[in-house]
Design a protein around this ligand. Structure first.
Ligand code: ASP
Ligand code: MG
Length: 295
């Protein structure tokens, strides 16, 4: 079984979602597909949190644009028999969850800071909740999973970290009969083990979600599908002669990620390195390119 993670640009447009569909359809089942929010939407959700706290209700206009964007994607890619249901799911999360959260922020000047933090964490989780509903609806054999049911974090000095033990127990329960189908999972999002509050694994954390699942479920490979051909020898914007690095070690990848290569979220490497699970970096927009393999 493989874990395939698709980033924001890979789920960001009808064209890229169609590429994703072709890539995933060609895979053997079962397969786990981890998705980010539609490109740019996480930033928007957070910017709207700021606006709402300033009592700037124009954030609701941005929310309507986002609604249109998601509905447009549904019409472009979701299988016909499931379209109505996915449209309704998107509307439900926007009308019954996001809107009330933004209104609460905008109309409650005395909301304690911790509560504001909790509300914004709950809001930002919707990027992946919405995109995963669309991606699940793209496949006749799409199986929805909810990361909030099994990804668990605990607070630590730097913010929060994964609770590996509890997450392992819950992941093994949730994926107990992983035999058939395309299992679609939200990247990034989690819950606090003790309070149950919605949390996340940090910006860019969908890669980490995919690595955690690959590690706990003994995947044969982890594929990170993105919008570049792989790790490059230099930044192609400043070094036009930069080339793709075909193969690297976990250690080399870790060094490059820590040094700021934006290709993979740094915490992703360690768990898969421990289990020696190969990691492929591949381009959703150029799937036949060989990519980079980290072994
Ligand atoms: N959507 C989240 C972010 O933009 C997580 C991710 O894409 O990996 O940071
Ligand atoms: Mg990323």
């Amino acid at each position: 079984m493989k874990v395939m993670k698709f980033g924001g640009t890979s789920v960001g447009s009808i064209e890229s979602l169609r590429n994703l569909r072709d890539i995933v359809k060609a895979e053997e089942r079962p397969v786990i597909v981890v998705v980010s929010a539609m490109g740019g939407f996480t930033n928007q959700l957070l910017a709207m949190c700021e606006q709402a706290q300033q009592r700037d209700i124009s954030c609701l206009d941005t929310l309507e644009q986002a609604r249109k964007r998601h509905h447009g994607a549904i019409d472009g890619v979701v299988v016909e028999s499931m379209r109505d249901e996915v449209h309704a799911t998107i509307d439900r999360f926007i009308d019954e969850s996001l809107k009330p959260y933004y209104l609460a922020l905008a109309t409650n000047p005395h909301m304690p800071v911790e509560e504001i933090g909790r509300v914004c964490d709950a809001i930002v989780a919707h990027g992946e909740i919405l995109s995963s509903a669309i991606v699940t609806g793209m496949f006749e054999d799409g199986v929805p999973h909810l990361s909030l049911n099994y990804m668990r974090t605990v607070p630590d000095a730097t913010g929060r970290v994964l609770d590996w033990e509890e997450t392992e127990r819950l992941v093994k329960e949730d994926f107990a009969d992983l035999t058939q189908g395309i299992h679609v999972v939200q990247g990034f999002i989690s819950r606090d083990k003790d309070t149950g509050d919605v949390t996340n694994l940090g910006r860019g954390g969908s890669d980490y979600t995919a690595a955690i699942l690959a590690t706990l479920l003994d995947a044969e490979a982890l594929e990170i599908w993105t919008d570049v051909d792989g790790f490059m020898t230099a930044d192609p914007r400043t070094h036009p002669d930069a080339t793709v690095i075909p193969q690297m070690s976990y250690q080399q990848a870790q060094v490059m990620c820590d040094a700021g290569a934006k290709v993979i979220y740094p915490p992703t490497i360690a768990p898969v390195a421990m289990k020696k699970i190969p990691v492929w970096v591949k381009n959703t927009f150029n799937p036949s390119a060989p990519g980079t393999v980290i072994i």
